[in-house]
Design a protein around this ligand. Structure first.
Ligand code: ANZ
Length: 810
């Protein structure tokens, strides 16, 4: 079989990779169609924002991971749809366009072209016929359509409200876009501004967004973040009468069982009751001065950083504890936020840290209403093991019992009611910028806000000269008369278009649906496509998108489910997250630090397969990893060694006897590890197997074939080339994923160590369950061992099957 021993050309990834990429492209190898004879599989990665910087090495990490899963699934016989697209609206492009006076659409087009070339050069098995681009009018037509449905169902409304405003980007931000009181994008301190904004009622779905997490397979840390972000809290609204008035102050409390420990109340500086009773409050000027101070602080500063408690006691206004009948003072303090609960609290300093700090500062009484055996210290906040005291009918009860009983009592006496609160706020959906989807609404003097007729969609972004935000903070669209002036869809009289655009999160909230049927002009996607491809089987993306994109898209999906448009309650069956890749200096890669690695350079110098292999081998997929050029070179060397293994192919059918067990073990390990995000250990076991193969004088065609199929998802170009070089039939991408045989996972023979009088005298091949007699027989057949027992009396034999034989002679 001399043809297999012939000299092959040296490993030249640049030539091999270009060649196979063209073959895949020409043959549409990875194109998917609805095929009811096969089970579908839909892996999804977050589509990139096509920035001017191009792809960085962080992108290929998740893309390669799910490319591995996609390629493996195809070999397992699934109909796989692995799509890619571009999330192209957004500020950086707009800012670049402003600075360089190029239309954002043009900038986007160029960036996408560049990104696409880069993605193709890495050899991902994306179905490029399904590419989507959120800035394409044929795409955003449907984003606008969904908005109209939301409006028609009462889930979109306009509201004058205080918004987070970034003075630098000149744009309103959602809570999710404010990090530590600063703009997520540019880091500028966010201020508050009153604006009329479109809002989406995500809060109406808050319960379902938590409860339905039971039905999906998300990493625990992802579920936990979603639950915390939504922040469901169960408690009660309790009414406190304001002394000598008809009015009540309603508080929200999660601990109605501590009501006998209330020694004062606190209301937020923005609480409307202050205005109502300003004549009764004798120190009102102190109150207004305090309100002025509070206005300067963000909610974050007030809630999270508020260490030193401040406040003003209202003179002339007090409240009555509804359970004890006691008169208690009312304070104003900024640690109580108007945006949560009712904006008023009952203070229980013995059992709440914030109330305790406040009571200490202002010398208010502290009444303990729980005691535990092991702690005397106040505030006593962990009262789950405690017993209620000083609380009349609650005395002696545990916290759970007392809470239950207090709520029952409060409801029965009509003093309040059980309530659930959420930290989640409605989604601020207006942006005063150019490069986004126009919100398809019209304002008519007579009919108010009216959605445009659906037949008019898409409402196209008009061509403009400049995209700068206006000095007033209005969208640049507001200065284009031809855009603004329209007619009312109801009465036909002159009306004005909404000039705000949608946030970048809009287009990405439903893109996974468009992939299913990207060219449909009549609907988001056909019923057939939706029924076949739904839901996404495995969605991988960044942890930073857990509270924004993931929540928003689950919300839209549930809404579309309620309308009967999508067939599943949840969009994504499984969600995982990858870790970030840091530079060699252990810092986040950034231009200014000069530690950015460009994937193009790695591909040019080492090849795409090396890049892919290294990105998967770099470390635990879910954790942060540090880039190392040394590691890249190691992966390249490994691939070269595998490439050269083709020279080892010799005679023989089936697996080589010496390799059989390791091959079955490796099939099992690689198959399982690829499913469990353990790409690095899968590659490690492939490396071990290749070392074993290379230590043989020759290997069989089948040894080699299985090896390259297992490696194919990681290094698809080289393995496809080797497939052809070895003369295997068809293409590797049409082969079948190898199966392992359970019975062949361990050796039935092993090298048994033999000791004579406790000294190691040799090793013999033995079956694992050989009898004692067979073991002795085998030992005697070894010359060296035999020489140590010859002519001696065997006194004792210690034999542990599968382990060792010890012969004691005298
Ligand atoms: C009395 C009490 C006693 C409370 C106790 C806690 C512990 P979560 O779990 O986050 O929902 N609170 C209510 N509204 C507030 C507001 N607008 N600003 C600041 N604090 C507010 O927290 C609910 C608890 O936070 C409520 O229960 C209330 O204090 C406070 F031992 O009432 B509690």
């Amino acid at each position: 079989m001399s043809e297999y021993n012939s000299k092959y050309p040296e490993y030249n990834p640049n030539a091999i990779e270009k060649k196979w990429q063209k073959v895949w492209d020409d043959n549409k190898t990875f194109h998917s169609e609805v095929d009811k004879t096969k089970k579908k599989y839909y892996p999804l990665v977050e589509f990139p924002y096509p920035s001017g910087q191009g792809l960085h090495v962080g992108h290929p990490r998740p893309y390669t991971a799910l490319d591995i899963v996609a390629r493996k699934r195809r070999l397992e016989g699934y109909s796989v749809m692995y799509p890619m697209g571009f999330d192209a609206f957004g500020l950086p492009t707009e800012n670049y366009a402003i600075k360089n006076k190029i239309h954002p659409a043009k900038v986007t087009e160029e960036n996408i072209k560049n990104f696409k070339e880069q993605l193709k050069s890495i050899g991902f098995s994306f179905d490029w016929d399904r590419e989507v681009n959120t800035t394409d009018p044929e795409y955003y037509k449907w984003t606008q359509w969904i908005f109209i449905q939301l409006y028609k169902h009462g889930l979109a409304y306009k509201n004058e409200m205080s918004v987070n405003w970034c003075p630098s980007c000149q744009v309103g931000l959602a809570n999710e876009e404010v990090v530590d009181g600063k703009c997520e994008r540019c880091g500028t301190e966010v201020v508050h501004k009153m604006k009329n904004q479109w809002m989406l009622k995500i809060t109406e779905y808050a319960d379902r967004l938590i409860d339905d997490l039971d039905e999906v397979d998300y990493e625990d840390r992802i579920k936990a973040q979603q639950i915390n972000w939504i922040g469901r809290s169960k408690g009660a609204n309790v009414n406190f009468n304001i002394k000598d008035t008809e009015d009540k102050l309603t508080v929200y409390t999660t601990r109605p069982d501590t009501i006998f420990g209330v020694s004062y109340m606190v209301i937020s500086p923005e609480h409307p009751i202050l205005e109502v009773y300003k004549k009764k409050i004798s120190n009102y000027n102190e109150v207004t001065a305090y309100q002025e101070e509070a206005r300067k602080k963000s909610d974050f500063e007030r809630a999270e950083l508020n260490k030193d408690k401040t406040g003003v006691r209202l003179d002339g206004l007090s409240a009555i504890n509804p359970l004890s009948g006691e008169e208690i003072p009312i304070w104003v303090s900024d640690y109580v936020l108007m945006s949560y609960g009712t904006g008023a609290i009952m203070a229980v300093p013995a059992h709440d840290t914030r109330d305790y700090e406040f009571a200490k500062e202002f010398d208010m009484p502290i009444v303990q209403v729980y005691e535990t055996e092991d702690s005397e210290e106040l505030p006593l906040t962990d009262i789950n093991k405690g017993k209620s005291i000083n609380s009349e009918f609650l005395n002696g009860l545990s916290a759970t019992e007392a809470k239950q009983k207090a709520i029952e009592y409060i409801e029965e006496k009509k003093l309040g009611e059980a309530t659930t609160n959420f930290k989640l706020r409605d989604w601020v959906f207006s942006r005063q910028r150019y490069w986004g989807e126009p919100i398809p609404m019209v304002y008519c003097e007579e009919h108010g806000w009216v959605p445009v007729d659906e037949s008019e969609l898409p409402i196209m972004l008009p061509e403009v000269e400049t995209y700068e935000p206006t000095a007033t903070g209005e969208s640049p669209l507001s200065e284009i008369d031809e855009f603004v002036n329209t007619i009312c869809p109801i009465c036909g009289k002159p009306a004005k278009r909404e000039t705000d655009t949608m946030p970048q999160w809009a287009g990405s909230s439903w893109y996974y649906l468009r992939y299913m049927d990207p060219h449909n002009s009549k609907a988001i996607a056909s019923k057939e496509a939706l029924n076949y491809y739904s839901p996404v089987d495995w969605y991988n993306g960044g942890m930073e998108h857990t509270t924004l994109h993931l929540l928003y898209s689950r919300f839209w999906h549930k809404f579309l489910y309620d309308l009967g448009i999508v067939p599943t309650k949840e969009p994504y069956k499984k969600r995982t997250s990858h870790g970030m890749i840091l530079g060699e200096d252990h810092q986040k890669m950034s231009k200014s630090r000069g530690n950015v690695v460009n994937p193009d350079d790695i591909i040019r110098d080492y090849g795409a397969d090396t890049l892919r292999c290294y990105e998967m081998f770099i470390g635990d997929f879910t954790s942060t990893a540090i880039w190392s050029d040394e590691g890249v070179r190691g992966c390249r060397k490994y691939l070269e060694r595998v490439y050269n293994m083709i020279d080892l192919i010799g005679q023989g059918e089936g697996y080589s006897k010496n390799l059989e067990v390791t091959i079955h073990q490796t099939i099992k390990k690689v198959s399982e590890d690829f499913e469990n995000l353990k790409f690095n250990t899968a590659i490690a076991s492939l490396m071990t197997l290749s070392n074993e193969m290379r230590s043989q004088a020759s290997i069989t065609k089948d040894d080699f074939k299985t090896y390259i199929i297992l490696l194919n998802p990681v290094a698809p170009h080289m393995t496809e080339e080797l497939w052809k070089m070895a003369g295997f039939e068809g293409m590797l991408n049409e082969a079948a994923w190898p199966k392992y045989d359970d019975s062949k996972l361990s050796l039935d023979e092993f090298e048994m160590p033999v000791q004579v009088n406790g000294k190691m005298r040799g090793k013999v091949m033995m079956s694992m369950d050989a009898s004692k007699d067979d073991a002795i027989e085998a030992a005697k057949s070894d010359n060296n061992i035999a020489s140590h027992i010859e002519n001696k009396e065997i006194r004792k034999i210690i034999y542990v099957p599968g382990k060792i034989l010890n012969i004691v002679v005298g």
